[in-house]
Design a protein around this ligand. Structure first.
Ligand SMILES: [Zn+2]
Ligand SMILES: [Zn+2]
Length: 320
């Protein structure tokens, strides 16, 4: 699995950072998923190797413009690029109303079907290689986190259990190895019970804007990576008197409390600059988070790319 950040700024873009958009790529196949789609996301996509033909689904965390204003443009461009395959959009119900109104007023007739799934119902959605679950967060409007778990992982047959049950070598073994549940001697058998997994499935949690990271405890179970906003440092959050967002220490302390292996912070207030000589600097956010978290910490930048290996090892992809 691979994460590519298309925008890391909160609220408004800066000269070097666009508003929120994250591409999650499958480890098997060419499919990818877009989480949030701030204005200009399609321009960011043009600087990558991603294609709208292989986009499997779009997930919107909440209705604020810096997370969704790029949606009509991306759909229109996908249409002009010849996309015909249906596209799943998991988003708060208001997004469907807004998109339909936009399509009608601007006479945008998409040549592919949109399948809307309301995140308000906390859906579980299964794709060929990835299973997604939805969790509620705390923000000024309804906001959600999505968990992405790989579905097919390498496994070996448990020969001892097969022998115990007396399941003969043949097609049934093949089905169990493929993850297909079977029936044997009139008894339904779950493939999972006859497989030995070499690794735990890869799981990435991508959260929308949220001022209570603790809400993610269940979502983060067995996850190797959490992507969460850290709009400010604690001091700046107090000064800004902002309601609905997190600061570095708050997220970092949560990640530490659940022993999360890797944490990626993003959605930095536009006042933070990259240069460590600037003030305030994104380094201030890093330092504050480092003080509260002992796992692998990353501060996302636009076009920053990260890979999660089968073993659960998460790291930044350097250069190309
Ligand atoms: Zn935001
Ligand atoms: Zn927001």
């Amino acid at each position: 699995m691979n994460l590519l950040f298309l925008g890391t700024s909160a609220g408004v873009p800066t000269k070097t950072r666009n508003v929120t958009g994250i591409a999650l790529r499958e480890s098997k196949g060419k499919g990818w998923y877009l989480v949030d789609c701030g204005e200009g996301t399609q321009h960011q996509v043009l600087h990558t190797k991603l294609s709208f033909h292989s986009l499997k689904a779009i997930f919107i965390t909440h209705v604020h413009g810096d997370h969704c204003y790029g949606l009509p443009g991306i759909l229109a461009s996908a249409a002009m690029g010849g996309r015909k395959a249906p596209l799943t959009i998991v988003a708060p119900a208001g997004i469907k109303t807004w998109l339909e109104a936009t399509c009608e007023v601007t006479q945008l007739c998409l040549p592919f079907a949109l399948e809307f799934i309301a995140s308000d119902d906390l859906p579980s959605v299964e794709f060929e290689n990835i299973a997604v679950e939805t969790f509620s967060l705390s923000h000024r409007v309804a906001s959600y986190a999505y968990t992405f778990t790989e579905r097919k992982i390498d496994a070996a047959l448990d020969m001892e259990k097969l022998a115990q049950k007396g399941i003969p070598r043949g097609p049934l073994w093949g089905q169990l190895k493929q993850g297909v549940d079977i029936e044997f001697a009139g008894e339904p058998l779950r493939s999972q019970d006859y497989l030995i997994f070499k690794n735990t499935p890869r799981k990435v949690v991508i959260a929308g804007d949220n001022d209570q990271p603790d809400l993610l405890s269940e979502a983060c179970a067995e996850a190797q990576v959490l992507v969460h906003e850290a709009t400010y440092t604690e001091e700046m959050a107090e000064k800004a008197g902002d309601v609905g967002h997190s600061y570095a220490k708050l997220v970092a302390a949560f990640a530490e409390s659940i022993k999360l292996p890797s944490l990626v912070l993003t959605h930095f207030s536009p006042r933070y600059q990259f240069s460590s000589h600037a003030s305030p600097s994104i380094e201030d956010i890093r330092k504050e988070a480092e003080g509260a978290y002992s796992g692998s910490l990353f501060l996302a930048r636009d076009f920053g790319e990260y890979t999660l290996e089968k073993t659960g090892y998460f790291s930044e992809v350097v250069g190309e």
